[in-house]
Write a protein that binds this ligand. Structure first.
Ligand code: CUA
Length: 185
């Protein structure tokens, strides 16, 4: 590069750098834009709402004690499903939800990182020890869906799944205590 004046050389480097910076800037803007777009239009949010829970005691009392797990309908009609993900099962193994209504899923784990996924819905989150994972969703069709664990959690990972029973509004009848269980077949 002896025949090029140093200042011209510098300017060329600057030009290339700015071009790359511009390209990367567009990529970052597109990525952030996509995150905001999917969050607003498809309800896709980062997993967990940064709500802490002690993994060592969550099963002893409070909302993740065994008698509180499963589906509960509040007097106001809000549907909340509480599930514990543990090596290597979900408790309960089947959850009942209504079709066409907003459902809040709340999950916690006492052991390692698990994940949940329901194909065709926005339900897709990790369940991290120490945190409550929360997802809002709405199921469109009645019938049974599979909710597998999709985060490798140990030797029994592939055997870990739950069933989601999506019921029509007439089948989804809470008992006097506001609880709904899967229909036995
Ligand atoms: Cu739990 Cu994989």
């Amino acid at each position: 590069m002896t025949d090029i004046h140093p200042e011209v050389h510098e300017r060329r480097i600057l030009g290339t750098e700015l071009l790359w910076a511009f390209g990367v800037g567009i990529l970052i803007a597109a990525t952030l834009g996509m995150i905001v777009f999917t969050a607003l239009t498809m309800g896709i949010n980062p997993p967990s709402n940064v709500e802490r829970i002690d993994p060592k005691t969550l099963h002893l009392s409070g909302e993740f004690a065994e008698h509180n797990l499963g589906t509960t309908v509040s007097p106001a009609g809000d549907v909340t499903v509480r599930v514990v993900a543990t090596q290597f099962m979900f408790v309960p193994r089947c959850i009942a939800v209504p079709r066409g209504r907003r459902v809040t899923l709340r999950l916690a784990t006492p052991d390692v990182v698990h994940g949940i996924l329901v194909t065709g819905t926005n339900v897709n989150t990790m369940v991290v020890p120490g945190f409550v994972a929360q997802v809002h969703t709405e199921f469109i069709r009645t019938g049974e869906m599979l909710m597998p664990c999709h985060e490798y959690c140990g030797i029994g990972h592939s055997e870990m799944w739950a069933t989601v029973q999506v019921m029509s509004e007439s089948d989804f009848k809470p008992g006097p205590d506001g609880r709904v269980s899967c229909a036995q077949r």
